[in-house]
Structure formats: structure tokens, C-alpha cells
Design a protein around this ligand. Structure first.
Ligand SMILES: *Cc1c(COP(=O)(O)O)cnc(C)c1O
Length: 454
């Protein structure tokens, strides 16, 4: 019988995070101060982040030690299992080997607690009493509520309106862990009020919710802001996923030819892929593929240059692929992938050709999610269904080329709170939501005036 699960004992929880900045052939350009157009000093972020996280943001050390209190909490669910997708291999009739790392076993049901826990820890160490944040599908808001509760910090979450209305149980999770959740745009901030004045029915976006959360953090000394993706330190924390997966691939006596992850802001992808990208940079012949929704095609159709991380233009200018900071993507079910920008580290490795990017529509992704659930048992979150769709594309490609590939992907969360999305698909009502080309052209236009990147 072929082995199905590859499990590591608790003492194999990684002791360090892996920092890809140490091994990149060239560094991504620095964030810029939007006022001066000059590179941003670390102190510019001190109003909303603790110094320990700012140091991680700019660090070029290859390994950064994980504090013991963080590892102790990681032990609630880490190391996570790596599975061989024997059921899917059989259903596809392929001789390719398919493996997946499963992050849905965390308390919140996704990879997000890998970074919410250290972020809450470092803020508590710095004497912070309250964290504000944004959330799309609710995965990040619930993960941060979980972590804040463990370190006695208050948690305030601005949840994108369309998800707030369609995913009430995510809000209940936040409240169960002691967090507070409001729909964004809200009447509580200048940024929210400004949007509502112009668009009373705004479905919200991650960009708007970030503006609201940053505004509240910047205005209160005892309050900081926490971001669930995009920034270097967030991707750093997620590398526990790839570090464990490397060891588990060794247990399986295999090594991936292709590594795949879905991308919203880039953190679950970077978390799995960067430890393998280290090997690729050192000469290993592998492909690494980032998969995004066709309705929010940041990497495949966005502009690589500088843009704001949020709609109200309160963040530094980040070097990244962007659809424009006030682009509002169609209301697809993968709320976690509806972001106009991308992690600067992921943008950089795509721009420099180390990583490939591709996009899929939600209907083909849900078809794969349902097939996956039927043969593997686990019901995927809508976001990683994009990765599963790409796995099938890779299997078809290997068949055409007459080769056998080993494929590894990140099943970064379960879909237990996404049953409305499954209902939409199973009833045959789900549609592919095309990007509104006029809206995209309008939102992208503002980027022409931003500093470019050579
Ligand atoms: C938040 C989330 C995403 C998107 O964020 P990344 O930073 O790109 O990983 C994808 N999948 C799940 C399950 C999420 O919760």
C-alpha cells in the first residue's frame, strides 16, 4: 500500500523562519515615501508596527529564530500533515505523483495563524493593547482574533462588506475568540465615511478595509495594525509551511518538479514556495507557479511598478504588480484573492522570471474543488481550488509531453465556512465573473503617474 500521509513529530516544528531575501540574486526595490518619492526608512512604520517586526521586514539574515512562546502555540496544530493525493491521482488516471501540504488543520482553518500568532506575540512584547486589521473572507480576522486572545490583546477587524454579509459564521468565530468585527466601508473612520458618501452600496474591498484599519492604528498610541499578507515579515512567518514540506518530501523519497500555490497577497504561496525557491536559485531544475483568479488578475494583467497598498493612499508605495489601488474586483467567492496588489517579494520573483504566474476562472476551479472533495475527502477553501485547477493543468501537460512529474501544492485552508459558494456551484448558478475592462483601464490609469521600476 502506498503511503498516504507524511507526519512530523512536534519536535520537528521549525526553529527558524527562512528569509528568501538572503538568497535572491537581486533585491526587490525598496518601499517609497509617497510624499518625497524617497526610499522609506524603517522608522516610518514605527507608528503602526512594533520594531521587532520592522526589523524582520528589512532583514537579510537567512534564518530568523522563532521565539519559544510562538513555537509552543504552533504546537496546537503544527507540524501540519503532508498528503499524497492518491485519490486524485487515480481519478486523473495519472502516473504523476501529487502531494499537498494541508494548512486547514489550524484552529482558524487556514495558514493564517502561522503569522497571526507571532504578530500578536511581538505586539504584546512591545506593550501594545489593541490590534486593528482588515479581512476579506474572514480567514485573517478570525486568525488574528484567535492569536490576540492568547496574548491578551484586543482585536478589531474591518471585514469587506460582501463577505460580512455572505459569511456570518466567520464573524461569529472572531467574536468567539473575543474579537470585534465591523463591515467595511464603515462609519467609524474618515476613509470609510468618504467611500460611503460616494458609494453607499459599496461591496467593499481589501484596499478599503486596510485604509480603515491603518487609520485607527495610526490615531491611537496603544493600537497597532496587523496585515495578514503582502509584507515581507508575513511571508517570512509562513515559511514554516515550506520548511516542513521539504522534510516531508524527503520522508516520501521525492522532490517536486512543480510547486504550486494560489495567490491573493502572496503569503501561503511564498510560505510553501520560498524554501523550494532557495533550491531553484542554487541550481535545482524546478518550476514554481503562482495561481490567481481570472477576475482579479494582479500578476498576469497588472502593472509592475509602485502603488499604494490601500484605497485611501495611506500606506507607503510598494513595488508590486497592481491593478490600481482603487480597483474593485468582481465579487467572486474567493474573498481572500480579491486584492489589487501583490507581495513585493512575489512580484519581484515573477518579474525576474524565477516564478511563473497564471490565472483561472472560478467555475473551473470549483469543479476541481468538488472532484477533490469526492476523492480526497477534504473540502477545499475556494482560494486553493485555484491551485488544484493548476495541478490538473500540469498533469495534462505531463501527459502530453509523455513525462511523469512530481507536483506539490498548498491546500492552504478548508472550505467549511464556504458552503454558500459550494451551493452556488452545485446548483449550477455559479458564473465566471469577467473583469470589467473599462473599470480595469480606469483603475490602472493612475499607475502611469507612479514611480516606475527599471
Ligand atoms: C487569506 C487566504 C488566501 C489569500 O492570501 P495569501 O496571502 O495569498 O495566501 C488564500 N487562501 C486562504 C485559505 C486564505 O485564508
Amino acid at each position: 500500500m502506498a503511503q498516504h500521509r507524511y507526519l512530523l513529530p512536534e519536535d520537528r516544528i521549525p526553529a527558524h523562519w527562512y528569509n528568501i531575501a538572503a538568497d535572491l540574486p537581486s533585491m526587490p526595490p525598496p518601499p517609497l515615501n509617497p510624499g518625497t518619492g524617497q526610499p522609506l526608512g524603517p522608522e516610518a512604520l514605527a507608528g503602526i508596527f512594533p520594531m521587532s517586526l520592522i526589523e524582520q521586514e528589512v532583514s537579510t539574515d537567512r534564518y530568523i529564530a522563532i521565539p519559544d512562546p510562538v513555537r509552543e502555540i504552533y504546537a496546537m496544530w503544527r507540524p501540519t500533515p503532508m498528503y499524497r493525493a492518491l485519490g486524485l491521482e487515480k481519478a486523473l488516471g495519472t502516473t504523476c505523483k501529487i502531494f499537498y501540504k494541508y494548512e486547514g488543520v489550524s484552529p482558524a482553518g487556514s495558514h493564517k495563524p502561522n503569522t497571526s500568532v507571532p504578530q500578536a506575540y511581538y505586539n504584546a512584547q512591545a506593550g501594545i493593547k489593541r490590534l486593528t486589521t482588515e479581512t476579506g473572507a474572514g480567514q485573517w480576522g478570525s486568525s488574528l482574533s484567535f492569536a490576540c486572545n492568547l496574548f491578551d490583546i484586543e482585536c478589531k477587524v474591518f471585514m469587506v462588506r460582501v463577505s460580512y454579509d455572505s459569511k456570518p459564521y466567520r464573524r461569529m468565530m472572531m467574536e468567539t475568540w473575543g474579537g470585534e468585527c465591523v463591515a467595511s466601508p464603515s462609519e467609524e473612520t474618515n476613509a470609510g465615511r468618504a467611500i460611503l458618501a460616494e458609494h453607499p452600496d459599496s461591496p467593499g474591498s481589501l484596499g478599503i478595509a486596510i485604509s480603515e484599519a491603518v487609520e485607527q492604528a495610526a490615531m491611537n498610541d496603544d493600537t497597532n495594525y496587523a496585515l495578514g499578507s503582502v509584507l515581507n515579515h508575513v511571508l517570512l512567518h509562513q515559511t514554516v509551511v515550506g520548511e516542513e514540506a521539504k522534510e516531508q518530501m524527503e520522508m516520501a523519497g521525492a522532490y517536486p518538479d512543480v510547486v504550486i500555490g494560489c495567490v491573493g497577497g502572496g503569503s501561503n504561496f511564498g510560505g510553501l514556495a520560498f524554501p523550494f525557491l532557495q533550491d531553484k536559485i542554487a541550481g535545482k531544475d524546478i518550476r514554481i507557479v503562482a495561481v490567481e483568479p481570472a477576475s482579479c488578475p494582479t500578476l498576469t494583467r497588472g502593472t509592475y511598478g509602485y502603488d499604494f497598498g490601500d484605497t485611501a493612499q495611506t500606506t507607503p508605495l510598494l513595488p508590486m504588480h497592481s491593478l490600481g489601488h482603487d480597483f474593485i474586483p468582481p465579487s467572486i467567492h474567493s474573498g481572500g484573492l480579491r486584492y489589487h496588489g501583490m507581495a513585493p517579494l512575489v512580484s519581484h520573483v515573477v518579474h525576474t522570471g524565477l516564478v511563473e504566474a497564471t490565472a483561472h476562472g472560478q467555475v473551473e476551479c470549483f469543479a476541481e474543488a468538488v472532484r477533490f472533495a469526492r476523492v480526497e475527502g477534504i473540502i477545499p477553501a475556494p482560494e486553493p481550488s485555484h491551485a488544484i485547477r493548476q495541478v490538473v493543468v500540469e498533469v495534462e501537460r505531463a501527459r502530453e509531453e509523455g513525462v511523469e512529474k512530481t507536483i506539490l501544492f498548498n491546500l492552504c485552508g478548508h472550505g467549511h465556512f464556504d458552503m454558500a459558494a459550494y451551493a452556488d456551484f452545485l446548483s449550477g448558478n455559479m458564473k465566471d465573473l469577467a473583469v470589467d475592462e473599462g473599470e480595469l483601464a480606469r483603475a490602472t490609469e493612475v499607475l502611469a503617474a507612479m514611480p516606475g521600476i527599471a
